[in-house]
Write a protein of this length. Structure first.
Length: 102
């Protein structure tokens, strides 16, 4: 089921990678490829309980991290030209569904 939800996110135009990451930065599930170095850095984007979603924009790609229950994180690597509204909307929807499984 988790893989199918990640595949739904990957189907959004511009999404290159989807990762479900634990609180220590280890990948639980990823599509289509593992990005261990990126995954390890993502938990550091969240400090305390201040943010539910964090977005980092660079010239090469954008990383969006959504905090889930038990400090798991759903992270996306997307193309900079992606429709951010569409991506974030789909991310919110799938985050709720994934959160219920944790």
């Amino acid at each position: 089921m988790r893989t199918r939800l990640l595949a739904d996110l990957l189907a959004v135009p511009g999404v290159e990678n989807c990762m479900l990451i634990d609180a220590d930065g280890f990948i639980i599930s990823a599509l289509p490829q593992n990005r261990d170095a990126t995954a390890a850095a993502i938990p550091g984007m969240f400090s305390g309980d201040e943010f539910e979603m964090v977005t980092i924009v660079s010239s090469e790609y954008t990383i969006i991290g959504q905090l889930l229950p038990k400090n798991h994180i759903l992270a996306l690597i997307i193309e900079p030209s992606s429709n951010m509204g569409l991506v974030r909307s789909k991310l919110k929807d799938i985050s709720v569904r994934l959160g219920e499984m944790l």
